[in-house]
Every structure is written in structure tokens, then in C-alpha cells.
Design a protein around this ligand. Structure first.
Ligand SMILES: [Zn+2]
Length: 335
């Protein structure tokens, strides 16, 4: 007799061939899927599908890489939005320079207003010890690259709450901040007593400012055209013209384990050490140092003072040598 008539077989529970995806979902993923389904906007509603309040049909689609102008952009990953339930954010990778970019993205004018007027919270202005230890570490690296007798005027482009500026001031630099957000600029100027220009680097009121060093931490990944901004900053640099840029690392250890793991909606670009160095070289800089190690202070955060700085230095070098990458800091100088 054919096996299909076997009683033992007919009594077996039915296999849900029609729901193969559901069977693979963990409870946490099921809750997330149901939540996204529940909150999914109706495409036929008067507002239609939106992204951070902007109609999806108004999103800007890039047909070429803004860094190297290459036309070949390939799918990189698609991740659920961190802020808008039901929305997925798409990232593409440029074949020419390897940069990963959000595509499509919010129009530039919308982003600018949001950064300028965005409300700040107590957490935004709280200085975190682990970040301060890292800033001091980077300032010591910059100090070593500065020729004896060189000027010490330093600009922090997109200074945020002023943590990097404070570290630089402690290391004896003559510091100034530039910040688009009104709340943060006022905070740095009034509460930290550090001169801060509120506005864009292209503002005519800022045109005559010159610096020997420009630093910029966690800003370039938010810019609409990082290469153009780099060229604008170059105009404000004088010899020896040191530039430090810090951005999230596309080769972050988590991202290497799972594509899309570190993606954040507010970031338009993800650089690797290599792609950031290429952009800097193309903009007339010579790369002198690339730091990609794990921030040691995140492990030894209970210690403070000089001891932890020494531990931090050794640890950062060690993790960098082991290629355990999390952050990305690149120092370049004017060619
Ligand atoms: Zn490119």
C-alpha cells in the first residue's frame, strides 16, 4: 500500500506550508512585526506614506554618489526605521568609492530646519566621561603632529554640547565652536564660556575666521554633501592645517556580523577608513593617521583621571591592532 494511507502518517500534525515565515519568527520578532503592521500608514490616506513627516513622494533620490560622482549605486541593506514605525530605510553602496549612503533621503531644506530648531534635552548637554577620555586621547595625538611654535587656533565644526572643545581647551588650544543648533550653540557659549558661531560654515559672517586645526566629531555622516563641506572647511585652514574627522565606522564589528546593525535614520553616509581617506585625498588633504579601535574607556568607565587616560591609550592601540573596529577617527593635513 502506498505510504499516504498509513494511519500514523495521517495523524501527524499539519505542517503550515502556507505560513513558512511565521514559523521562523522568534517571539520578539513576532511582536515587532505585529506592531509594524498595526502602525503601518495607509498609502491611500490623505497624508499617504510619510518619512519623518515628509510625504514619501517628496523624498530625494540620488542617481550618483555625491562623494565621487560614480553612477553605479548598488543595494546595500534595508532596515526598519528607528523613529517611524512601518517605514524601511534603504542604503546603497557606491561602486566607485565604497561609501554607503541613504537613498532615497529627506530633502536638504527639511533637514537643515530640523537641526537648527531641534529642542535639546538635559541628556544632550551632559558630558560623558568615556567621551571626554577619548577626546583627550585625540587631542594628545593632534598635539604630537603640531610643529613647535605653530599657532593653536582650533575650530570644532558641529561642536554639539562642547565636550571636545573643553578637552581641547584643557590641552592649551585657543578654541571656538561652530554649531547649527541654536540651543546647543547658546549652551556652549553661555554655560561653558567658549565662543561659538551659530550657523553654517558658508555664512558670510564666518568668512574671515582662520584656524590651524579643525576637528569634527559625528557630524559628517549627517551632511547632505560631505565633500563640498570639506572644501569649504579647507578655506578656513592655515598651515600646518590639521583636520580631524570622526564618523561611525562602516566596518564596525557589529555591522560586520550583521549588515544594517548600526544604521541610524539620521545618518546619510557611512564611511570606512578607506572611503573617508579617499574623500580627504580628493579634497586636497594628506591622511596622516587612521584610528579605528574600540574606546577602552567604555570598558574601564569607573576609573577617572590620568590613570584611565594611560589605560585608554594602551587599550585603543591594542584594539586597533586587533582590528576590533567601532569608531573611526581620521587625521589629515593640508597638502
Ligand atoms: Zn562614490
Amino acid at each position: 500500500m502506498p505510504a499516504i494511507y498509513s494511519p500514523s502518517r495521517s495523524l501527524r500534525p499539519e505542517t503550515s506550508y502556507d505560513l513558512p515565515v511565521q514559523r521562523r519568527l522568534t517571539p520578539a520578532r513576532r511582536i515587532r512585526r505585529d506592531y509594524l503592521e498595526m502602525t503601518k500608514p495607509d498609502p491611500m490616506s490623505p497624508e499617504g506614506l510619510t518619512s519623518a513627516g515628509v510625504s514619501a513622494s517628496l523624498l530625494e533620490y540620488l542617481h550618483a554618489c555625491p562623494i565621487c560622482r560614480d553612477l553605479e549605486l548598488a543595494h546595500y541593506c534595508r532596515v526598519p526605521s528607528l523613529f517611524n514605525p512601518g517605514e524601511f530605510i534603504h542604503y546603497e553602496r557606491c561602486h566607485g568609492c565604497g561609501t554607503v549612503l541613504r537613498n532615497p533621503r529627506l530633502p536638504a531644506e527639511y533637514r537643515e530646519t530640523r537641526y537648527q530648531e531641534g529642542e535639546i534635552s538635559d541628556d544632550d548637554i551632559r558630558l560623558k566621561p568615556e567621551n571626554q577620555a577619548h577626546y583627550r586621547y585625540m587631542m594628545r595625538l593632534l598635539e604630537r603632529l603640531l610643529p613647535t611654535g605653530a599657532g593653536r587656533r582650533l575650530l570644532d565644526f558641529g561642536c554639539g554640547a562642547g565636550g571636545f572643545l573643553l578637552a581641547a581647551q584643557q590641552c592649551g588650544f585657543e578654541v571656538m565652536g561652530l554649531e547649527l543648533n541654536r540651543g546647543l550653540a547658546t549652551h556652549v557659549e553661555e554655560n561653558l564660556g567658549i565662543p561659538t558661531f551659530q550657523g553654517l560654515v558658508t555664512d558670510p559672517r564666518f568668512a574671515n575666521e582662520r584656524f590651524e586645526i579643525i576637528i569634527s566629531s559625528q557630524v559628517f555622516e549627517h551632511l547632505v554633501d560631505p565633500r563640498a563641506t570639506l572644501m569649504e572647511l579647507r578655506e578656513h585652514l592655515e598651515a600646518p592645517g590639521l583636520l580631524l574627522i570622526e564618523v561611525p565606522n562602516q566596518n564596525h564589528i557589529k555591522e560586520r556580523l550583521r549588515r544594517g546593525a548600526v544604521m541610524d535614520d539620521s545618518h546619510l553616509f557611512y564611511f570606512s577608513g578607506r572611503s573617508l581617506a579617499r574623500m580627504l585625498e580628493a579634497a586636497g588633504f594628506r591622511v596622516v593617521k587612521i584610528e579605528e579601535g574600540l574606546r577602552t574607556y567604555r570598558i574601564f568607565r569607573d576609573h577617572d583621571g590620568r590613570f584611565s587616560d594611560r589605560v585608554h591609550d594602551i587599550g585603543q592601540r591594542l584594539f586597533s591592532a586587533l582590528r576590533i573596529k567601532t569608531g573611526l577617527s581620521v587625521i589629515a593635513r593640508l597638502r
